[in-house]
Design a protein. Structure first.
Ligand code: NAD
Length: 486
């Protein structure tokens, strides 16, 4: 047996050791994927210093055109090495190959999109007219924020990391990236790609480790970090906000959700059930945009519930490379314990479980993996905890409603505000209801259809700010207005 790879930190374009090691375990079968070098405080300091130095060098004087060209070279290299990135994502997450393939393609698209956006986006300018024919020219310049800390979760590791790194580099920042401790592999490969594409020393750095009391906390509390962009749980966002507060540093947060789907009786029900199945079960429910609350107009409640339960029974668990596999494991046994806790809670709260709700017996060497059945619950309402708290697994509560106003009220009755999906054939109603959702993203007759130029983010406990297209440029740059008296 060959030894698993040791994943090291990446500072100033060199791989460096950490202060300790931790094991990355496969959620598929419990095997060892990699031994990872935990950065600790000293390596974080070196990474931030390298990122600062790079701002003072040629990178700090690079043009938008040069950076856009660099982003395109990175995208090309991602495609050339897509098989390795795919293998890394699959080893860390256990997700089916087809799903991981989409994620790698999105990583390349992230770099190309922000190359286009930064090259095409100007800034405000005003000719200011003063008394007696005097005039002044006002124009805004875009300067980088500086050193940006990028902290990402494990559910879509490469997609979410590049979603932040691409616009940060497009705007001329340097970054120190901390991937999740559960998914360290693709970030290390991306570091190699950065060197191959010609990213200068210190511009892209990777530090591995955990959050509280470890690399994540050392990075967000570091006084030489100028801004923090974070995707992850709302409670972690609150902790990072405290770390950012003393120096009043800007934060961009993409946080948790408890997303609703609204199915009206006039919907194309086959299409709605198909869409619901995707939105509840994709990535084993581990997408921030996944639906965990399904509100169905009472007259079609039973038909929709039975249809979705049938889809749950059709899910196929299996190894990622089996073409018949539709559904991978959860990310870890620890996360499965959390999700199973909600399964037990639903039972205590009096739910009727329409499908699954346990741990599948798979055999074939998979028993040490983090496998879980989906769960669909009826008989509950918005007061129950499983209808209020983010579970982040393949589970949803189904609740009937009567009339549009009640549907909107129920959907908006949550401290979160990330995404919603409305299913109806009445497009007028679709526009109206989608616009009444207190969320960052509202879909009509679809789910997770993205245009990377559009704003992405959440209201309430689901986040602060928006990224995507020019919205990302706003966060990753600092405008300076120049006023010239003419
Ligand atoms: P998490 O918050 O536990 O961890 C995310 C990252 O933060 C990890 O890299 C972790 O090591 C780090 N971290 C943890 N504590 C920290 C601290 N005190 N200081 C600095 N860093 C710290 O989240 P997770 O379990 O990895 O991911 C799941 C969560 O992410 C869910 O809540 C999900 O909804 C959310 N999410 C949101 C979006 C979005 O776009 N809104 C996208 C994906 C996931």
């Amino acid at each position: 047996m060959t030894a698993p790879p040791g994943l090291r930190n990446f500072v100033d374009n060199r791989f460096v050791d950490g202060v300790a090691h931790f094991d990355k375990i496969s959620p598929v079968d419990g095997s060892l994927v990699a031994q990872v070098h935990e950065a600790g405080r000293e390596v974080v300091d070196r990474a931030v210093e390298a990122a600062r130095r790079a701002l003072e060098g040629p990178w700090g004087r690079s043009t938008v055109g040069e950076r856009a060209a660099l982003l395109r070279r990175i995208a090309d290299r991602i495609e050339e090495r897509s098989d390795e990135l795919l293998a890394a994502e699959i080893a860390d997450t256990g997700k089916p190959t087809a799903l991981a393939r989409q994620e790698v393609a999105r990583a390349a698209a992230n770099f190309r999109t922000f190359a286009d956006v930064v090259a095409a986006t100007g800034m405000d300018s005003f000719m200011t007219e003063l008394p007696e024919g005097r005039r002044a020219l006002n124009y805004a310049l875009r300067r980088p924020l500086g050193v940006v800390a990028v902290i990402v979760p494990w559910n879509l590791p490469l997609l979410l990391l590049t979603w932040k790194v691409a616009p940060a580099l497009a705007c001329g920042n340097t970054v120190v990236v901390k991937p999740s401790e559960e998914t360290p592999s693709s970030a290390s490969l991306l570091a190699e790609i950065m060197v191959e594409a010609g990213v200068p020393k210190g511009v892209f750095n990777v530090v591995h480790g955990f959050g509280t009391g470890s690399t994540g906390e050392f990075l967000t509390a570091h006084p030489a970090v100028d801004g923090i962009t974070f995707t992850g749980a709302s409670a972690t966002g609150a902790a990072i906000m405290r770390a950012a507060a003393p120096q009043v540093r800007p934060v961009s947060f993409e946080l948790g959700g408890k997303n609703a789907a609204l199915v009206f009786a006039d919907a194309d029900l086959d299409r709605a059930v198909e869409g619901l199945a995707r939105s509840v079960f994709t990535n084993t429910g581990q997408v921030c945009l996944c639906t965990e609350r399904v509100y169905v107009e009472a007259s079609v409640f039973e038909e929709v519930a039975l249809g979705l339960a049938q889809r749950a029974r059709e899910l196929r668990f299996g190894r990622p490379d089996d073409p018949l596999t539709t559904t991978g494991p959860l990310i870890s046994l620890k996360h499965r314990e959390k999700v199973l806790g909600y399964y037990r809670l639903a039972e205590q709260e009096g739910a009727h479980c329409l499908a699954g709700g346990g741990v599948p017996e798979l055999g074939g060497g998979l028993d040490a993996g983090a496998w879980i059945e989906p769960a669909l619950w009826t008989g509950l309402d918005n007061r129950h905890r499983v209808a209020r708290e983010e579970i982040f697994g393949p589970a949803a509560v189904l609740i009937p409603f009567t009339g549009e106003d009640e549907a909107v009220r129920l959907a908006n009755d949550t401290p979160y505000g990330l995404a919603a999906a409305v299913w109806t054939r009445d497009l007028e109603r679709g526009h109206r209801v989608a616009g009444r959702m207190r969320v960052g993203m509202s879909w009509v007759n679809t789910w997770y259809l993205r245009d990377l130029r559009s704003p992405f983010g959440g209201a309430g406990m689901s986040g602060i700010g928006r990224e995507g297209g020019t919205h990302s440029l706003h966060f990753y740059s600092e405008p300076t207005n120049v006023c010239v008296a003419l």
